[in-house]
Design a binder for this molecule. Structure first.
Ligand code: AQP
Length: 346
């Protein structure tokens, strides 16, 4: 029987995951985990590049909360390896090795670096090197497919470029990964500004930007009923503004219907009706996830045990690739010279 292809993906513990994370990535992971060999990572080393989360107590809590949300959303440790990035040291080690073959110009061109460095007054080297660590995450597991939101397109391309460059210098070691996006909904936009993607970091500073997966029904209704649309009043299928299109996308994904069906349902109806339907679809999707999240959160030891076992399973996979990389680069111990006797060395 042919070996199953492997998927790898991650989420940063930078706050409570939001509807964009769920629709763009997490729900895709859950749908794929039975068919593929699945490896999912809580990327705490990446989170350290987000200044607001450089608080040890917050980070520890966020790691557990993120684990609980992923499990509550359907990530199943019986199918998937779920682990915390810093618990598998090969990630940091491979990132260093790949950094030595990655031109700085490639990193300076990354949109995420340009945006985030323009926002902060002090930029850590980690923010620049972030995509190299992400490349290490993916390449360590000889990943075939990376299910991600569309915001990660440039990062996956860079991962492939770094792998190709490494191969040119040292020979073939890695599998070249393909990105996989959720069709029609790989980028959910902010509800306060449909021009920017929904993100955890923006959600910390902007009211009514995102819907957190554990937000209360009242809060969800409030955010969606205030979602920015446009000057019109009714849905016109042939002229959707970005804000209305975003609501249609959310509804379509949550109800597993085609865009055409959703547009036919709301054509000529007021925005308030569309918003009310979206709010109820979000609430009913999140209700079982929230119940399970509360149960899981009440048992931190059980969560820790799942993460411990995930790291145990991830380490040998990552270690095998790291060994191949080190051998290719000449970092393995040299073989003893022919005829050398141990007693002569001692
Ligand atoms: N708006 C989105 N729509 C669809 N998919 C999304 N993802 C993120 N935002 C959207 C996907 O979710 C996975 C985890 O990404 P992340 O942890 O980097 O999420 P974030 O919300 O982008 O996190 P931050 O902390 O706010 O980071 P920055 O500030 O860097 O954006 C990924 O697969 C991602 O594509």
């Amino acid at each position: 029987m042919a070996a199953r292809r492997r998927i790898f993906s991650g989420v940063q513990p930078t706050g409570v995951p939001h509807l964009g994370n769920y629709l763009g990535a997490i729900s895709l992971w859950v749908a794929m985990q039975a068919e593929y060999e699945a490896v999912f990572c809580i990327a705490d080393l990446h989170a350290l590049t987000t200044p607001d989360t450089v608080n040890p107590a917050h980070l520890r809590t966020a790691v557990r909360d993120t684990a609980a949300i992923l499990l509550a959303s359907g990530v199943d440790p019986a199918h998937a390896i779920l682990f915390v990035q810093s618990r598998v040291p090969a990630h940091a080690e491979l990132a260093w090795l790949l950094g030595t073959v990655t031109p700085v110009g490639w990193l300076e061109r990354m949109i995420q670096f340009k945006t985030r460095s323009a926002e902060g007054d002090s930029v850590g080297a980690g923010l620049l090197a972030y995509p190299v660590l992400q490349a290490a995450d993916i390449l360590l597991y000889r990943t075939d497919v990376v299910p991600v939101g569309e915001d990660q397109r440039q990062h996956i391309e860079l991962t492939r470029d770094i792998a190709r460059r490494f191969h040119g210098l040292f020979g073939e070691v890695f599998t070249l990964p393909e990105a996989l996006y959720r069709s029609g909904g790989a980028r959910i936009m902010g509800l306060d500004d449909p021009g920017t993607k929904m993100s955890k970091s923006a959600g910390r500073h902007r009211a009514r930007h995102a819907i957190g997966l554990v937000d209360s029904p009242d809060s969800i209704r409030d955010v969606i009923m205030h979602a920015v649309t446009d000057g019109g009043r009714e849905v016109r299928a042939d002229d959707l503004s970005p804000g209305v299109a975003n609501l249609v996308t959310i509804y379509q994904l949550l109800t597993s219907r085609s865009r055409g069906e959703v547009l036919a349902e709301f054509e000529g109806k007021g925005y308030a009706m569309l918003k009310a339907s979206v709010a109820e679809a979000v609430i009913s999707t999140l209700d079982p996830i929230q119940q399970r999240y509360r149960e899981l959160s009440a048992e931190p030891e059980a969560l820790d045990a799942i993460l411990d076992s995930g790291a145990e399973r991830a380490r040998p996979l990552a270690g095998a690739t790291l060994e191949r990389v080190k051998r290719a680069m000449g970092l393995d111990a040299p073989p003893p010279p022919p005829g050398a006797r141990l007693s002569a060395i001692a």
